[in-house]
Write a new protein. Structure first.
Length: 498
């Protein structure tokens, strides 16, 4: 068995969604992260620090101590109201001396706001709105969730495991654009922006600011026509008018506060007309990190699974499983991978690809019923064809995981009737069989995804990858591994809370 290096677990804490009635509708304020994420909270912080170092080599920061203290004071007021899942992050805000209208939000709590964007704010509450929005992105872990999906698109099913037994975050980040401003974790989806708007408005309200100020700043951005960087900022976000309307509606049921708490807005250096400012930089196109895999010229010969099995106990989690004696075991937190020699290859573009083996991991699929329902509305694949039966959270969680795998590995498809109910470690579970022609080997590949519910609605999943002539023997080995799986639910729940 290959020795593995222990790393911080990627566990997510359970959260809750509050439904707020607004003009006959309901607005969900999401307070904690959920969904597919390959990173731990500590890895978020480490990524943010490395990216901050990159950014500060590229930009000129505002040096005025008064400005930095002012932004820090507002951050302190807001951070006291951040949901408990965001309290682990060391929030730090710095101003960039640039006329560019931009806001850089890094995983782990590092935030950079340009002088051009600060200059559009008319009072302290509008500045607080910018920072609360950024802090919401950090708390909800939007950046590393985006990087995780990008890596799944690039590396395929290798992304699900812990190959090599080392901290995977540098490999993932380098494969999806690198650190600094070019990282894929710097760009958010439309739903990310809406979630950050809602949570940011609540943070403002609880801190004593008027959340309507965020809507007022969006109105300014919508009307501003002075330079191209405003257009670029608006084009990279959902329509400002839509966001403004949503925040105003939500503000109807939030406590309205003050426009100033810290004080001293009028004396800020960025507002002084005589202070030199760096002109806005030209727009640079950034890669998304999603790259098609290319066939490798020579594939290794992979031995058939050994009939002898070895017991593996994860030192970081109360999970045990048997695996073929000629497969190496790797782990990183709750993620585990079992692969034969030659089972992972590097493609021509440098991305790893899993040819044979089994991965085991954990994730929190949804924060609550609202997110679960919204995700189901976006679904483009449903393995549970019989809609006459009520769907539980495990069915929706399995559906969500399989959909993400198929979205990122377009050669895989799920035939009709591919989802089946089955016992996994004595608990209710599902299996879904996917298949398709691998772009790496050119052969048919079979992937079976197994899911098992945990008592807190989290999910443990396993993915068996088998291809070519050895597919049947690999699948038999995976079946035996599945039958040997043992999870201590109560101990695992405690480890997820740490």
């Amino acid at each position: 068995m290959t020795p593995a290096v222990r790393t911080v677990s990627g566990a997510l804490l359970a959260g809750a969604v509050t439904l707020v009635p607004v003009a006959g509708a309901q607005v969900a304020i999401k307070r904690s992260p959920s969904g597919f994420n390959l990173f731990s909270v500590q890895q978020d912080i480490d990524i943010g620090r490395q990216s901050a170092a990159e950014i500060e080599r590229e930009v000129t920061l505002v040096a005025a101590a008064r400005t930095n203290q002012y932004l820090t004071s507002i951050t302190d007021v807001l951070s006291a109201q951040v949901p408990v899942t965001g309290s682990a992050y060391p929030f730090q805000v710095r101003a960039i001396n640039s006329a560019e209208v931009n806001l850089f939000v890094l995983p782990g709590g590092q935030i950079y706001v340009t002088r051009g964007l600060l200059g559009l704010a008319k009072n302290e509450a509008e500045v607080a709105g910018l920072l609360a929005h950024a802090m919401a992105h950090v708390t909800l872990r939007h950046g590393t969730a985006r990087a995780s999906r990008a890596y799944l698109s690039k590396a395929g099913l290798v992304a699900l495991g812990a190959f090599g037994g080392t901290d995977p975050s540098p490999r993932i980040i380098n494969a999806t654009g690198g650190y600094g401003t070019r990282g894929v974790f710097m760009r958010f989806t439309r739903s990310d922006e809406y979630e950050a708007d809602a949570l940011g408005a609540e943070i403002m309200s609880k801190a004593g600011y008027d959340p309507v100020a965020s809507a007022a700043l969006l109105a300014t951005l919508r009307r501003e026509k002075s330079h191209l960087s405003v257009d670029r900022f608006n084009n990279s976000h959902p329509p400002a008018a839509d966001r403004e309307s949503r925040i105003r509606n939500l503000s109807n049921v939030l406590r309205h506060g003050r426009s100033e708490i810290v004080g001293g807005f009028a004396r800020m250096r960025w507002r002084m007309p005589g202070t030199p400012v760096v002109p806005a930089a030209p727009q640079v196109k950034v890669s998304t990190g999603a790259v098609e895999l290319r066939a490798t010229p020579t594939l290794p010969r992979v031995a058939a699974p050994s009939p002898e099995f070895t017991r593996f106990t994860n030192p970081d989690a109360p999970i045990e499983i048997d695996h073929p004696a000629n497969w190496d075991a790797h782990y990183s937190g709750l993620a585990m991978s079992f692969v034969p020699s030659g089972g992972v290859v590097e493609t021509e573009d440098g991305a790893p690809s899993l040819l044979q083996g089994m991965v085991v991991n954990h994730y929190q699929p949804f924060e609550g019923d609202v997110e679960r329902w919204n995700r189901s509305l976006e679904r483009n694949y449903a393995p549970f064809e019989d809609r006459s039966r009520p769907r539980g959270i495990l069915e929706d969680a399995t559906d969500d995981l399989v959909r993400q795998i198929i979205d990122a590995n377009s050669w895989l498809k799920a035939p009709a009737g591919s989802a089946r109910s089955q016992q996994v470690d004595g608990m209710r579970g599902y299996s879904v069989r996917l298949r398709g022609r691998s772009p790496v080997t050119g052969e048919m590949e079979r992937v079976t995804v197994y899911t098992r519910a945990l008592p807190d609605d989290h999910v443990v999943y396993l993915a068996c990858v088998a291809g070519g002539r050895a597919a049947s023997s690999v699948e038999r080995a995976c079946t035996r591994m599945l039958q040997s799986l043992r999870i201590d639910d109560s101990s695992l729940h405690r480890s997820l809370q740490r």
